[in-house]
Design a protein around this ligand. Sequence first.
Ligand code: ZN
Length: 52
Amino acid sequence: MTLTLFILYLALVATLMRAVLVKARVASARCAQCGLPFERKELGESVCRCGR
Ligand SMILES: [Zn+2]
């Protein structure tokens, strides 16, 4: 019973970690031409407009 809960906990942590890693990668992705991020993290922040 305890082992089952432990495995479920590990699965949950792994899922959360993957989500955080993916989010961090997207947030750190920057345009090679202008150096600005592709996605806005804060309101009013400058983002890449090379593709637009
Ligand atoms: Zn750009």
